[in-house]
Design a protein around this ligand. Structure first.
Ligand SMILES: C[S@@+](CC[C@H](N)C(=O)[O-])C[C@H]1O[C@@H](n2cnc3c(N)ncnc32)[C@H](O)[C@@H]1O
Length: 383
């Protein structure tokens, strides 16, 4: 496909997305309907679609409209590639007079919905503009080295043999940043043999905040696919259990655990299945820290949805607290940069629960390389 034809394909996909279809589904449907498109074409169309979704507000200004064609026109203009719209072959038709170009300013230039400025500024302070600008870019690909299967050096060498160039990243001792060959990771031997997992560096750093020691009984209360369960297993010899309110989310966990050489007990009802020394609550959140990877979430979030999430998060923290004895540790994590979901939840928890103390908390932003993340470590005091 020519670059112009790829832009036209992205317009088709984005039309489906704007009509309400999730981007991943729209891309899969497009791939099935256009079998002639090779893997390079599919990857290029995907990149345009996600570039546009990350920067939807500013590109609408640049492209002179809110529709899929205007958004992709804005995307092309931002890159100095308006000439792709030349109507030749399968390329989109040239810009119309109504598709006037303008320069986005203020929150539009930062691709921030108006209502989110306050909640985000509360957490990011003076860093707000720099962080929001960073959220307009593609996220790097990070891997976690699994120490149960390989040393860092052995993992880097095995990845190189797979055609993947990866280097250590300072955010976490276990983190590698992929510099080239990211699309080859999941076809390679290093991945198949459990030496590495795909996991954001800040997500790994949050797990490194937890005071894990050999022999501890640990529950991952919101385990989902088990990314953090497996990361915890790499830190110490733990007696690990995993739970999720929606057990279907843990469907892949047994196979992932086996590949990683980890034993995990899946627990349907944590109440009565303890005792636990540490409970991790990687709670459902706005996802505002991972909008580079999941940009649809930025435009779908509403004040009412955020309020509902805050209630769920507080409820899960209370549930975890009830599972922990004196000296028990509660780990709290979000992939959010909104203060109310992070430090605000920790403050509210300490107000609700006498006899608990905060051992550590840290907020991560994409300016450090990984996703926006938050981690807190709380302990129930003795006596
Ligand atoms: C952020 S995701 C977890 C991601 C996972 N820890 C990982 O690292 O891949 C949050 C998970 O919490 C689960 N969840 C939602 N409400 C819950 C509740 N009340 N108790 C336990 N899990 C809950 C969701 O089903 C979802 O899988």
């Amino acid at each position: 496909m020519t670059p112009g034809a790829r832009a036209a394909a992205a317009i088709d996909v984005l039309e489906a997305v704007l009509a309400g279809r999730p981007a991943e589904v729209a891309l899969t449907n497009w791939g099935r309907a256009n079998r002639y498109a090779g893997s390079g074409d599919r990857a290029a169309v995907r990149d345009i679609v996600f570039d546009v979704l990350r920067c939807r507000r500013s590109l609408a200004v640049r492209g002179g409209g809110e529709g899929a064609r205007a958004l992709v026109l804005g995307w092309a203009r931002e890159r100095g590639q308006e000439a792709l719209f030349d109507g030749q072959g399968h390329a989109p038709a040239p810009p119309r007079a109504t598709e006037a170009r303008a320069e986005p300013a203020g929150l539009a230039a930062l691709d921030c919905p108006d209502w989110l400025e306050g909640p985000l500024r509360a957490g990011l302070g003076d860093g707000f503009a720099a962080v929001m600008a960073a959220m307009r870019q593609r996220a790097p690909v990070f891997l976690r080295v699994n120490p149960l299967r390989a040393t860092q050096g052995a993992a880097i060498a095995a990845l190189a043999a797979d055609g993947v160039e990866a280097v250590a990243h300072p955010l976490a001792a276990s983190a590698l940043e992929v510099r080239a060959g990211a699309r080859r990771v999941q076809q390679g031997r290093a991945y198949a043999e459990g030496m590495v997992e795909l996991q954001d560096a800040a997500s790994q750093a949050v797990v490194e905040m937890l005071p894990l020691r050999d022999g501890m009984a640990v529950l991952d209360l919101c385990a989902g696919g088990g990314g953090k369960t497996l990361a915890m297993a790499g830190r110490a010899r733990l007696r690990l259990s995993a739970h999720d309110a929606d057990p279907r989310r843990m469907a892949d966990l047994p196979a992932r655990a086996e590949r990683a050489g980890v034993q995990v007990r899946l627990v349907e009802r944590p109440e009565g299945a303890g005792p636990w020394d540490l409970v991790l609550t990687d709670v459902p959140c706005s996802g505002s820290g991972s909008w580079r990877r999941d940009p649809e979430g930025k435009w779908a979030l509403t004040p009412a949805k955020l309020e509902a999430l805050l209630e769920v998060q507080a409820g899960i923290m209370d549930r975890a607290a009830a599972l922990l004895p004196a000296d028990g540790v509660l780990g709290y994590a979000t992939c959010s940069m909104i203060e109310a979901e992070n430090q605000g939840q920790v403050r509210a928890f300490l107000d609700r629960h006498a006899g608990w103390e905060l051992l550590a908390q840290r907020a991560f932003t994409p300016l450090e390389g990984g996703d926006g993340f938050f981690g807190a470590v709380l302990r129930r005091k003795m006596g």
